[in-house]
Design a protein around this ligand. Structure first.
Ligand SMILES: [Zn+2]
Length: 436
């Protein structure tokens, strides 16, 4: 079996990887003394092709050109516009890709470490596919459909979740101790938010207090971490008082008796009777482009300037201005919930700000590409958009009776996990003590 045959049997992604590696080797060989070690792709010079993906049996001497590919790891300061210019891609292409991203808004926030793969058409005159690797379990491909359109295709690999227990006394502050124990900043903020109604992390913490956390971390394929984490359970021992929270299947946290730790969500983000102009629909015929594409939210028709309210307590995690989504913002709520508000005329909050349920966060508008004044409202549960009008949003003060058996079982398992970890820790401390 020749190398070429092996190469032909590879998937497109694998071929791309091989090509990129080959190109990197070719570049390294071309500049053996290159001290920067980073191949710089100038505007006019796309990487030369070192390996051909396809051989033409009729004329083996001159095989047809292969699609050129280029990979880029996002570093701080990168913008999609800047990268497009750097790689000789025009503004029109950028806009077509952004149009395909309107329902995902994934390209609007490039995080350092994200991978971008550019793949040109066979004649290398145009971009064929742009792939954004958000983490090993999630890639979005923006594929050219025609001269003036791209489509977004999501490639998600659900991973397996591994549990880890973090136990530590609280010394100084909860933040410092949790950080020291290995909890990342985002999860520390989430932990504080879970107890927002019950614990004041500035005033209620005393010497001798401790926390116990069961943290789930997602991994895909050969145990590659995706960076996605989930607090399954958390207990705070505050003097004689114990506060606990357990994540239920509905995405919300409850105490051991099944009482809700947060407040009920509002059903809609504005006052007055809703006028739905377009429903949530995974296969909608787009009113402007006339193509089938998902509609990941619900559209409420309303006059420009209508006050928009956060449907729950939360923190502003994103504020943006997108050529198609217009002015928009995203709020992260306690539990596994996020909301997005698009086509706004004015935003009255700032990034990182805490907001309360019912707080006015913006005024509705008609910005971006919009067929008329309306609010596009999205609800995400576990990072997936769901129908805000039908989803099981946190409404109840406690878990419904029919779900209590399952919840009780989960709580018991989590408590067992914590007790075992405590025991192991105590044994280890005792052994350690004897040694001294
Ligand atoms: Zn919409």
């Amino acid at each position: 079996m020749s190398l070429l045959t092996v190469f032909q049997q590879l998937s497109t992604t694998q071929r791309a990887v091989v090509l990129v590696c080959a190109i990197a080797v070719a570049v390294a060989m071309a500049w053996p003394n290159d001290e920067e070690a980073v191949p710089v792709a100038a505007t006019e010079s796309r990487p030369s092709t070192a390996v051909h993906s396809r051989a033409d049996a009729a004329s083996p001497v001159v095989p047809p050109p292969t699609p050129a590919t280029l990979s880029h790891e996002v570093v701080p300061g990168d913008t999609l516009g800047g990268l497009f210019t750097q790689h000789g891609l025009g503004l029109a292409t950028l806009h077509h890709v952004l149009e395909a991203d309107q329902e995902l808004l994934a390209l609007d926030i490039l995080r350092p470490g994200n991978q971008l793969h550019f793949e040109w058409t066979e004649d290398r005159s145009r971009l064929d596919t742009l792939s954004l690797v958000i983490h090993p379990g999630r890639t979005i491909h923006y594929r050219r459909l025609s001269d003036d359109a791209f489509e977004a295709v999501e490639d998600n690999h659900p991973g397996h979740w591994h549990e880890r227990v973090l136990i530590s006394p609280i010394e100084g502050s909860f933040y410092a101790s949790a950080s020291q124990a290995g909890l990342n900043d985002a999860d520390i903020v989430k932990a504080e938010r879970i107890f927002r109604e019950r614990v004041n992390f500035r005033r209620d913490i005393r010497v001798g207090d401790r926390f116990e956390i069961v943290l789930s971390e997602e991994r895909v394929r050969k145990a590659e971490p995706t960076g996605q984490t989930r607090i399954e359970a958390i207990r705070l021992r505050l003097g004689k008082r114990m506060e606990s929270a357990f994540l239920h299947d509905d995405g919300s946290y409850y105490d051991a008796r099944g009482e809700s730790l947060g407040r009920a969500f509002l059903r809609q983000p504005m006052q007055g009777p809703p006028r739905v102009s377009s429903h949530f629909n995974p296969r909608r015929l787009h009113p402007v482009t006339k193509r089938i594409a998902p509609h990941n939210g619900v559209d409420f028709a309303m006059p420009v300037g209508t006050p928009i309210l956060s449907i729950a307590d939360g923190v502003i995690t994103r504020i943006g201005n997108h050529p198609y989504a217009g002015k928009y913002l995203e709020v992260e709520h306690p539990g596994q919930f996020k909301t997005r508000y698009l086509h706004l005329s004015r935003i009255s909050v700032r990034q990182g700000q805490n907001v309360r349920r019912g707080q006015q966060i913006a005024l509705s508008g008609n910005t971006g590409r919009s067929t008329g004044p309306h609010l596009h409202f999205e609800l995400h549960v576990n990072n997936r958009p769901v129908d805000p009008l039908k989803a099981d949003i946190p409404r109840a003060k406690r878990i419904p009776a029919r779900e209590m058996v399952a919840f009780d079982n989960k709580v018991r398992t989590l408590l067992d996990t914590l007790e075992h970890a405590e025991l192991r820790l105590a044994q280890r401390n005792a052994t350690h003590g004897n040694e001294i």
